[in-house]
Design a protein around this ligand. Structure first.
Ligand code: FES
Length: 118
């Protein structure tokens, strides 16, 4: 499932824009979803303990759809070739692969997803 968000709601002097992506309930625990935010595809993962992580949507190995991967406590397993990535750091399990790009994401008091993009 891909969810589109076209405009942010606030901008800081460093040109970081905050995007409110809607309820965390759009993402079942232990799964990921792709959001198109200002034309960029971002994968958002919700772990079973309700922690959110945001990364690039496609695997740096061969463009696998990371949001379709298996989500662990703080990891995602790419569905194409089973490379594992640490969602806290972006680090891959295979040294030949590059790390994921990460984006700051939180949940606000209304349980809405809040993403920051530069
Ligand atoms: S495309 Fe992700 S591990 Fe190969």
């Amino acid at each position: 499932m891909t969810i589109s968000v076209s405009s942010g709601v606030s901008t800081t002097p460093r040109t970081t824009t905050t995007y409110h992506l809607g309820s965390i309930e759009q993402i079942p625990p232990g799964e990921g979803r792709v959001y198109v935010v200002a034309g960029r595809q971002i994968a958002i993962f919700r772990t079973r303990d309700d922690t959110l992580y945001a990364t690039q949507a496609h695997c740096p190995h061969r463009n696998g759809p990371l949001a379709d991967g298996l989500v662990g406590s703080h990891t995602v397993l790419c569905p194409l070739h089973s490379y594992q990535f640490d969602l806290r750091t972006g680090a891959p399990s295979m040294p030949s692969c590059t790390a994921l790009t990460l984006y700051p994401v939180t949940v606000d008091s209304s349980r809405n997803i809040v993403l920051q993009l530069e």
